[in-house]
Design a protein around this ligand. Sequence first.
Ligand code: 5GP
Ligand code: MN
Length: 335
Amino acid sequence: MKPVEELYPLLAQSRTTIITMHQKPDADAMGASLALYHFLIQFGHTVTVISPTNWASWVNWMPGCDTVLNYEADKEKAELALNAAEWLFCLDFNTLGRTKTMVNKLAQLKCTRILIDHHKEPDTASFDFGISDTGKSSTCEMIYDLIINSGHGDKINNEISECIYAGVVGDTGSFRFPSAKASVHLLAADLKSRGLEHSHVHEALYDNFLENRLRFIGHVLLNRMEVYYEYNTVLITVPKIDLLRYEIKTGDTEGLVNFPQTIKGIKLVAVVIDRDEERKWSFRSKGNFDCNAFARKYFEGGGHFAAAGGRSSEPLEVTARKFVQAIKENKSQLQ
Ligand code: 5GP
Ligand code: MN
């Protein structure tokens, strides 16, 4: 993978460009993709943004989101666009497998592949150009860096500012995590000085749910949460019946994993959700517990040191028991 800087002189030459992101994109994946979209169209690129799957409704407000293709729902149209690609940007994921059913199609393409990502253990051999930097708070921060470092800061308009800010807020837990370094606060200050209304972005992301989602959170915190004080760990197990009862949709469960972190002394929080296709795990840690290594070892997943995800094809109770066994094996790191 050649350094992303080698692309800078080529940015101003218009191309047929596809931007894609990980499945079930969050604010960072969608924000980075749309920020890059609003940047490249200013050079005359023909840009199509493709998500491998559907996404949470709380990113629908992002400027340009209405033009994003859902590969699963609109496969024919998305594949036509992919066939014509000269450049393919892969944002906010480390291996092509994170694009779910799109992986085979992406692997066949002959175009130039560009990675921009901050997850651990990237498959750099699959990309021609790019940057993988686990020190970055978010892929949105990396898109901001690309725009500034390529000498095109003047192209940052309100659409780009809103998308970048949304991803930074999402991945830093609203500037709470250690990943929100001084450079991240300076980025926010720069976007503010360019006219960003940051409180609108925050409201659009977090104050836009239906009543049922809050009732669902109350229910699972009360009835589905186990605290293992001996291991400084919390586990929330969400059965399908809860998802049906509260009409939970893609994105409604995002943020659930953050609530148990408010309990004093907790080092690891895990949430497992009984989705149709798999049991989906989320892990968050504080201190020196490595979620990426844990998710890789036990739950076919990965991500970052302090935030990772995984999956299991076993029934909910079985995978939950496996988790309890796993924290026992990792007792020394959790104390
Ligand atoms: P979440 O718990 O919000 O689904 O994911 C936490 C972080 O881990 C996100 O940055 C997400 O992109 C990443 N992640 C989630 N699942 C996986 C996975 O299966 N593999 C890898 N490599 N990263 C994941
Ligand atoms: Mn991210």
